[in-house]
Design a binder for this molecule. Structure first.
Ligand SMILES: Cc1cc2nc3c(=O)[nH]c(=O)nc-3n(C[C@H](O)[C@H](O)[C@H](O)COP(=O)(O)O)c2cc1C
Length: 174
């Protein structure tokens, strides 16, 4: 079990070149189920997952317009993770909404599920939310938080070495 988990953690990486091969729908369903089972504050599940398949030209145009990096066009699927502010848990002490936290947990569940299925992903947050919402026709009740491209990695692409801070620089033991 520990071994499986370690392999998933080290096998997940930000893939920015995808194969044209379209993953089977069952694999996408498996990934979405991993998101559905994610924990969320007060179990509010304040999220929606917009699945943009390769056949959805309008959806793909919306993604391309909101995130103008050529590489993203190579991904056959996109899952746009949206938060629903009205459903999210707000901490009473400081009115801090936790929809970003909840959406992030669901997103990483999907990244790991994709890895388990031999697929690759990349978190994308550096997009124009107004352009994406407009292109997808989202109402104001939904806030797009992450675009997750999903597909098989392009031939020859390798899991890069992880560049991370050292434990002693980030762990504070008291
Ligand atoms: C919240 C978040 C937002 C990110 N946004 C982008 C993005 O807009 N574009 C991109 O290419 N990568 C994005 N990334 C990927 C990071 O650059 C990447 O996770 C980091 O460099 C570590 O590399 P790794 O994922 O391959 O381990 C994002 C990652 C996270 C967690």
């Amino acid at each position: 079990m520990k071994d499986i988990f370690s392999r998933l953690i080290s096998g997940r990486y930000s893939c920015r070149a995808y194969s044209p091969e379209v993953p089977a729908e069952e694999k996408i369903d498996y990934i979405l189920e991993a998101a559905r089972l994610a924990p969320s504050a007060c179990n509010r599940q304040p999220w929606r997952f917009i699945v943009i398949p390769p056949t959805d030209a309008e959806g793909r145009r919306a993604v391309a317009a909101a995130y103008s990096r050529e590489w993203i066009a190579s991904a056959p699927y996109y899952i746009v993770v949206c938060g629903v502010p009205a459903e999210g848990w707000v901490r009473p002490f400081d009115n801090h909404s936790h929809i970003d936290v909840d959406a992030s947990i669901a997103t990483e569940h999907m990244c790991l599920a994709a890895t388990a299925e031999g697929l690759a992903t990349c978190w994308v947050c550096n997009f124009d939310p107004a352009v994406l919402s407009g292109g997808l026709g989202l109402g104001s009740e939904l806030v797009p938080i992450v675009i997750l491209p999903v597909g098989y990695p392009a031939e020859g692409s390798k899991v890069p070495a992880k560049t991370r801070k050292a434990s002693e620089d980030i762990i504070i033991r008291r």
